[in-house]
Design a protein around this ligand. Structure first.
Ligand SMILES: [Fe+2]
Length: 267
């Protein structure tokens, strides 16, 4: 655990190897996740990018312990590691993110520039910082504690893997911390972080390595809340079944809001 802690602090990411407990959980959760991605009402709400991405927010109807479809609580090496960090949180309904060959087609209402960024830069972003639809100003709206990814089905390399920039969590945090240092905790979610965020992101592209993460059922990955990340385009010629490549994501929010989110003492 000590080595993992050091790795998590340094790189902002841990990939956990195949875990039998997670495979047992997936026997219940996997079919529920794929059923959600095929459900007509869910697809109506969440199918985007011209049918190449099911975004699937809250699509997995699990409880706060991760129990779903008779699975019992979610237990696995990644959850043990989070418990060791004192970072166990009540879980929200999981996101079921499914991507198919052809991704990315444009999202509804997406500009040419944004589509270009999706194609050329993996739509790299920090979770929880959404641009205002009118002004494009970004604020820290959803201060997540961490992001846990759980692959549901087999994914060959090139099947729109998660992309990370190890070490970017330190660059992003330091930049945002400088901006928020003198802001009262209750005002932190009102600050426009756009310019600082974009400058830090540019620094990440220039100084950090881009790494594609391909993972299979039974494996899981934990991503630091300040990690710049995205999704790669589906590589031409890579095959897929009808269920694409599906990943369940949990990203519970910090109870202490943005002040907790930006606090460097909190791992
Ligand atoms: Fe994300």
């Amino acid at each position: 655990m000590v080595n993992l802690r050091e790795e998590y602090a340094r790189t902002g990411f841990i990939k956990f190897p195949r875990d039998e407990r997670l495979l047992t959980w997936l026997k219940h959760a996997g079919p529920a996740a794929l059923a959600a991605s095929r459900d007509e009402a869910e697809r109506e709400a969440w199918l985007d990018c011209e049918g190449t991405w099911f975004i699937g927010v809250d699509a997995l109807k699990n409880d706060e312990l991760g129990a779903i479809n008779g699975s019992g609580p979610l237990t696995c090496d990644a959850m043990d590691f989070l418990a060791d960090l004192n970072q166990t949180r009540p879980l929200h309904k999981g996101q079921v993110s499914v991507v198919w060959p052809g991704y990315p087609r444009p999202r509804k209402g997406e500009s040419e520039a944004a589509l270009g960024y999706r194609r050329n830069r993996d739509a790299a972003h920090l979770d929880g910082l959404r641009p205002d639809p009118e002004t494009r100003a970004r604020r820290i709206e959803e201060p997540h504690a961490w992001v846990l990814g759980i692959p549901v089905n087999d994914a060959p390399e090139g099947a729109s893997p998660l992309v990370i920039w190890p070490g970017s969590h330190v660059i992003m945090r330091d930049a945002l911390l400088r901006l928020l240092a003198d802001v009262a905790p209750e005002d932190m979610d009102k600050i426009d972080v756009t310019a600082i965020y974009q400058a830090a992101r540019k620094q990440v592209f220039e100084t950090c390595e881009r790494v594609e993460i391909t993972a299979q059922p039974g494996e899981a990955y934990l991503m630091h809340r300040h990690m710049l990340h995205g999704v790669a385009p589906w590589r031409d010629g890579v095959e897929s079944g009808p269920d694409g490549r599906a990943i369940i994501y949990f990203r519970p929010e910090c109870a202490g809001g943005v002040a907790e989110w930006i606090d460097p003492r909190h791992v």
